[in-house]
Design a protein around this ligand. Structure first.
Ligand code: CA
Length: 227
C-alpha cells in the first residue's frame, strides 16, 4: 500500500514517514501543495494524507484539484478544530478528518478503515485471503496462519510475505524486494533483504515439514508449493 503525505512541516512529515513505514506502508512525502499535486498526478497512491495548512496552495485547494484528478481516498490533517472547517473539508471531498495533535495509533486505525472502504467489496473479498498450500494470509486483518497456527510476523515480514504471495511462483530479486517492501534502493553491500528473508523463513518454514520459501541461487526468492 502506497501513501502520499503532504505536509510542509519537515519534522512532522518525517515522523509520519517513519511511523507509517514501520507499519508496513510505502510512504512518499511532499512538502508543499504544488509538489503533492504533481506527485499525485504522476504516481498512483492508495491514500493521501493531506495537511490543511500549507503555504501557497493550501490543503483545501489541493483537495479540490485532487478530486478532479483521482478517486484516491484523502485523510485531512488540521490544527483547526472548528466545526465549520470540518464540514468544509468533508464537503470538499475529504474522506476523513483528523485534528492535530492526534495519537499515532488513531491515524493508523483511520488509514486502515479508509483503505478497506476504498478497496470495495469485490476487491476486499479477492484480497481478503491469499493462500498457498497450508499457508493462509488474511490481508485485511493482517493475520497469517500455517496449518492453522498463527505466525507472529513484524509489519515488514508481513509485507514481504504478501509480496511473495501475490507473486507466487515468480522469482523476486533482492533489488525488487527492497524496492517494493522498503521503497528504496539498497546497494549490493546491504543484506537487509537476506536478513528479513531468514527471519521470515524461521517463522514460516522452520516449524513445518515442507518449505514454501525457496532461494533461487543468483536470482532471488520464490514462494511456491513444490511437489
Ligand atoms: Ca502545515
Amino acid at each position: 500500500m502506497k501513501l502520499l503525505v503532504v505536509e510542509d512541516e519537515v519534522k512532522a512529515a518525517a515522523y509520519l514517514r517513519k511511523g507509517l513505514t514501520e507499519e508496513g506502508y510505502q510512504v512518499e512525502v511532499a512538502h508543499s501543495g504544488v509538489d503533492g499535486l504533481h506527485m499525485a498526478s504522476v504516481n498512483e497512491y492508495d491514500l493521501v494524507i493531506l495537511d490543511w495548512m500549507l503555504p501557497g496552495v493550501d490543503g483545501m485547494a489541493v483537495l479540490s484539484a485532487l478530486r478532479h484528478m483521482r478517486s484516491v481516498p484523502v485523510l485531512m490533517l488540521t490544527a483547526r478544530g472548528q466545526i465549520e472547517d470540518r464540514v468544509r473539508g468533508l464537503q470538499g471531498g475529504a474522506d476523513d478528518y483528523l485534528v492535530k495533535p492526534f495519537a499515532f495509533s488513531e491515524l493508523v486505525a483511520r488509514i486502515q478503515v479508509l483503505l478497506r472502504r476504498s478497496s470495495g467489496p469485490r476487491m476486499e473479498a479477492e484480497a481478503l485471503s491469499l493462500r498457498v498450500a497450508d499457508l493462509e494470509v488474511d490481508t485485511v486483518r493482517r493475520r497469517a496462519t500455517r496449518a492453522g497456527r498463527r505466525l507472529e510476523l513484524t509489519p515488514k515480514e508481513f509485507s514481504l510475505l504478501i509480496l511473495l504471495l501475490q507473486r507466487q511462483g515468480h522469482v523476486l530479486s533482492r533489488t525488487e524486494i527492497a524496492a517494493q517492501v522498503w521503497d528504496m534502493n539498497f546497494d549490493s553491500e546491504t543484506n537487509v533483504v537476506e536478513v528479513a528473508i531468514r527471519r521470515l523463513r524461521s517463522k514460516l518454514d522452520q516449524p513445518f515439514d515442507k518449505p514454501l520459501l525457496h532461494t533461487v541461487r543468483g536470482m532471488g526468492y520464490v514462494l511456491e508449493d513444490r511437489p
